[in-house]
Write a protein that binds this ligand. Structure first.
Ligand SMILES: Cc1ncc(COP(=O)(O)O)c(C=O)c1O
Length: 451
């Protein structure tokens, strides 16, 4: 039985360990669900022992676990909840739509309104199709590109960590089990900011690549001319350029990173922040390409993203409200400002505690991550675990350093202070050996072939 979440009453004490009952539920989850969670990135192997086993409630950037412990968090629903948990206006919009009915036999007008609003922001795109997962949207882009070009190969950027749960991408990871070799052979890769690697692919597979798929930016910003060069090469070759804007969309710029960088892809995909955590994603793009999924053209038709739940009314209403808030309240500027405040504060603390060479903050201010390094400067899962362990004890849940619109100055400042204390432990572990400080097994990367 799940404990009742706390109300808006003052926060429970931050630290403490998981109770017997939440441990029991965690064990039960592993009996019922492979991996104990429905998303690998939320799994037990990603967090130290003693981490909150289950979260039951969120408000803004604060979350509460099953034992009533409160945390300021920097993961925000795998970056989906950019406005903060349980944003009242978004919840109200979704609830109002739900009260009218969640799903109908014919389309809802919300489908048109949501498409119009999204395409009003993503200026280079003419048409949109909605679905539930980012993976489905990106896979649909690949399929559409294959149909449009009459080619089979897809080229992905191998410096970007994730595009889809589907075979064309998972085949390239260290967990390709269950994917036939013939499918694996259809995906080739290029390097970010490396037009030579693009040219190399175009030479090796001349006239065979349907699409080049990449995030317009991830940890690295685009080098001057890279995205433009890729755009030109795709055009010349007849391959489509696909931007996966699952993370950059609604973070880099309200019009997507494509607007910020001034490079228009043929197709692009959005999700995550689009509906502030409600399940909605979108494929958008050029009319002549997108139309292949429609009813009014003479070419062979493409079965494009047709799902039972694709246009649930409440997710569309949540997205419409989310986009209104973005337009009205300058959300993207706040994400950058608060991320910059967090970064500056943490970097100062890292210097003060003598761990600046070992704890590195990476990425754009609106989307920060960190790398933990051992005494020799090598990336270390053990030191990452120590950071998670020591910050969790101090009421901070930071798988990454991703801020939301709801992170106020007080939240950021409290975080800097808490992480500073964790850095002091980090320093002692660098000097005296980490084994004395780690209280359990280290965390592991999601993609690995064995236990
Ligand atoms: C860049 C990127 N593309 C695609 C996806 C897949 O989205 P979803 O998990 O909604 O299927 C993710 C998910 O983390 C992502 O980060």
């Amino acid at each position: 039985m799940i404990a009742k979440p706390p109300t808006d009453a003052p926060a429970a004490p931050l630290a403490g360990s998981a109770s017997e009952s939440s441990e029991a539920l965690r064990r039960r989850a592993h009996e019922l669900i492979p991996g104990g969670a429905h998303t690998y990135a939320k799994g037990d192997d990603q967090y130290p022992e003693g981490a909150p086993a289950f979260l039951v409630r969120g408000r803004g950037c604060h979350v509460w676990d099953l034992d009533g412990r409160e945390f300021i968090e920097y993961g925000m629903g795998l970056r989906a909840v950019t406005l903060g948990h349980a944003h009242p206006a978004v919840i109200e919009a979704a609830a109002a739509a739900m009260r009218q009915g969640a799903n109908f036999t014919r389309p809802s007008p919300l489908e048109v309104e949501c498409a119009e609003r999204l395409l009003g922001l993503i200026r280079g795109a003419d048409m949109a199709k909605f679905c539930k997962n980012g993976s489905d949207a990106t896979t649909a882009a690949v399929k559409l590109a294959r149909a449009w070009s009459g080619r089979d190969l897809v080229a992905i950027c191998r410096d970007h960590p994730f595009f889809s749960t589907d075979d064309w991408f998972i085949a390239t990871t260290s967990m390709p089990a269950g994917i036939p070799q013939t499918v694996r052979d259809q995906t080739v890769s290029f390097r970010y900011n490396d037009l030579d690697s693009v040219d190399d692919l175009l030479r090796r597979y001349e006239g065979r690549i349907a699409a080049f798929v990449l995030e317009p930016a991830a940890v690295q910003e685009p080098a001057r001319g890279f995205l433009e060069g890729l755009r030109d090469r795709c055009r010349a070759d007849g391959a489509l350029l696909v931007f996966d804007e699952m993370i950059t969309g609604f973070r880099w710029h309200i019009g997507g990173a494509q607007t910020l960088y001034g490079v228009t892809p043929d197709l692009s995909t959005f999700g995550k922040a689009l509906a502030n955590g409600f399940a909605l994603s979108a494929l958008v793009g050029r009319r002549d390409v997108m139309e292949r999924g429609g009813l009014t053209h003479a070419e062979e038709r493409v079965f494009l993203l047709s799902t039972t739940h694709g246009a649930e009314t409440h997710a569309l209403a949540a997205a419409i409200e989310t986009m209104k808030i973005y337009e009205r309240e300058g959300v993207v500027e706040v994400l950058h400002r608060q991320g910059a405040r967090l970064r500056a504060g943490l970097e100062a603390e890292a210097r003060r505690q003598g761990v600046a060479d070992h704890f590195q903050i990476l990425g754009r201010d609106c989307n920060l991550i960190y790398a933990a390094r051992d005494a020799d400067g090598n990336p270390s899962q053990a030191f990452r675990t120590l950071v998670l362990q020591e910050t969790l004890k101090r009421g901070i849940l930071m798988p990454s350093l991703v801020v939301s619109f709801a992170h106020g100055d007080d939240d950021i400042d409290r975080t800097i202070e808490a992480v500073g204390e964790a850095f002091a432990v980090y320093r002692r572990a660098l000097d005296g050996g980490i084994d004395r400080f780690l209280e359990g097994r280290p965390v592991q990367p999601v993609f690995r072939s064995r236990e």
